[in-house]
Design a protein around this ligand. Structure first.
Ligand code: PLP
Length: 365
C-alpha cells in the first residue's frame, strides 16, 4: 500500500523488524539501555540539551500533558490558531479551566507575529502562548522562529504543537527558546502511533512547579525522575519504543540537514505536480508545509469517490479534509520515510483517477 496520509506514515523495514521483538522487562537493564540511548538521540534531533520525555499516548495526549503540567485553572492563555489543530490545543486548555483568548487566522494562512505581539502587549496577564508549528489540516507551517522571538521577547511561556513538523523541518528547540515542544511517533519519526515525545525547558519546569491543574498519568515530575533511570513511571508502549530506537538511529545516520533537504525536495515535487494537474492548493505559498500538502478537489468531482477509487483500485491512500473543509479538501502526506518516487506514484494514480472523473463530469469541467 502506498500510504500517503499525514500520519501514520510508512515504516522502514528495520523499524518493522524491531517491532517483532519479544518483550523485555520494562524495569530491567536491557530496556534501560534502550531508553537512555533513544532519549539521547531524540535530544539531538530536537536540538535540545534540556529534558526529553517519552510518554505513552498519541500527540493529543502530549498536548494535554503540556496543558496539565503548565497551567492552573483560571490562567490566561493566548491560543494562536491557523487550523483544526490550533483549535484543538485551545479546546484542551479550556477543558482544564484556562481562560483562552483565541487569535485565529484564516485557513491557509500563517500566523502574523505582529498580531501576536499586539495581543500580548494588550494583555500582560496572557502568561502562556499556544502555537501550532505546522497545521496538518491546512498544510501551512508557521514562522516559528519569528513567533518565538515575539513570545519570548514578551517573557511568556511558549508551548509548541510540533506534532507534524519536528524531525522533518527545522525546529531549534533551545536556540529559539521553545518551552514545551510536543510531537507524536507516527509522524516524522517513522514509528507506529503510541508515543508522544515532549521537550521541557527550565522555564517550563518553573511553570510546572507552580501549575495547579490536577495531574497524575502525565505528571512531568514522575516522568523525569524515571528518565534518569532509563525507565518510565508507568508501563510504556515497549514495542513502539523498540521501533523508535531504530528509527532515530536511521535519522541520526541520515543527518538532520539531509532530512530537511529531502522533505523540501519531496514537497516541491508534490506542489509542482498538483499545480500541473490544475489543482488549487490551500496554503499561502510563502508558508507551504514541507510535510503535508492540502488541495481542493476539482469542482464537480466527488472528493470521497476519488479517495475511495485511489484506495480500492490503485492501493494509494490519501487523506480527506478536516473541520469545515472535510468534504472538499484532499491532503497528501510527505513526511518521515518518504522520497520523490513514492509521492510520484501516488500522484500518477491521482492524475489517472481525476482524468476519468473529469471526463465523467463534462458539464462542469
Ligand atoms: C498538528 C497536529 N497536532 C496534533 C495532532 C494530534 O495527534 P494524535 O492524532 O496523535 O493525537 C495531530 C495529528 O494529526 C497533528 O497533525
Amino acid at each position: 500500500m502506498n500510504l500517503r496520509t499525514p500520519g501514520p506514515t510508512p515504516l522502514p523495514e528495520p523499524v518493522r523488524q524491531a517491532l517483532a521483538r519479544d518483550m523485555v522487562n520494562h524495569r530491567g537493564p536491557e530496556f534501560a539501555a534502550l531508553m537512555r540511548e533513544t532519549v539521547q538521540i531524540l535530544k539531538e534531533l530536537f536540538r535540545t540539551q534540556h529534558d526529553l520525555l517519552i510518554l505513552t499516548g498519541s500527540g493529543t495526549g502530549g498536548l494535554e500533558a503540556a496543558a496539565v503540567n503548565m497551567l492552573s485553572p483560571g490562567d490566561k492563555v493566548l491560543a494562536v490558531s491557523i487550523g483544526y489543530f490550533g483549535d484543538r490545543f485551545a479546546r484542551i486548555a479550556e477543558a482544564f479551566g484556562a481562560q483562552v483568548r483565541r487569535l485565529s487566522f484564516p485557513w491557509g494562512q500563517a500566523a502574523d507575529p505582529e498580531q501576536v505581539r499586539a495581543a500580548l502587549a494588550e494583555d500582560p496577564d496572557l502568561g502562556v502562548v499556544l502555537v501550532t508549528h505546522n497545521d496538518t489540516s491546512t498544510g501551512v507551517t508557521n514562522d516559528l522562529e519569528a513567533l518565538t522571538r515575539v513570545v519570548k521577547g514578551a517573557g511568556r511561556l511558549l508551548l509548541v504543537d510540533a506534532v507534524s513538523s519536528i524531525g522533518s523541518v527545522p525546529l531549534e528547540t533551545d536556540a529559539w527558546g521553545c518551552d514545551v515542544v510536543i510531537t507524536g511517533s507516527q509522524k516524522s519519526w517513522m514509528t507506529p502511533p503510541g508515543l508522544a515525545l515532549v521537550s521541557v525547558s527550565p522555564a517550563a519546569w518553573e511553570a510546572h512547579r507552580r501549575a495547579r491543574t490536577p495531574r497524575f498519568y502525565w505528571d512531568f515530575t514522575a516522568h523525569a525522575k524515571q528518565v534518569e533511570r532509563g525507565s518510565t513511571p508507568w508501563t510504556p508502549a515497549v514495542s513502539a519504543i523498540y521501533g523508535l530506537n531504530v528509527a532515530v538511529k536511521l535519522m541520526q545516520a541520515e543527518g538532520l540537514e539531509a532530512i530537511f533537504a529531502r522533505h523540501r525536495r519531496v514537497a516541491d515535487y508534490a506542489r509542482g505536480r498538483l499545480r500541473e494537474l490544475g489543482l488549487r492548493l490551500l496554503a499561502d505559498e510563502r508558508h507551504a508545509s514541507n510535510t503535508v500538502t492540502a488541495f481542493f478537489a476539482p469542482e464537480g468531482v466527488d472528493q470521497k469517490r476519488v479517495l475511495r477509487r485511489l484506495r480500492e483500485e490503485r492501493d494509494v491512500v490519501l487523506a480527506g479534509g478536516q473541520g469545515h473543509l472535510e468534504a472538499t479538501l484532499m491532503r497528501i502526506g510527505h513526511m518521515g520515510y518518504v522520497d520523490v518516487p513514492a509521492v510520484k506514484a501516488a500522484l500518477d494514480a491521482l492524475a489517472d483517477v481525476l482524468a476519468q472523473e473529469r471526463a465523467a463530469a463534462p458539464a462542469v469541467r
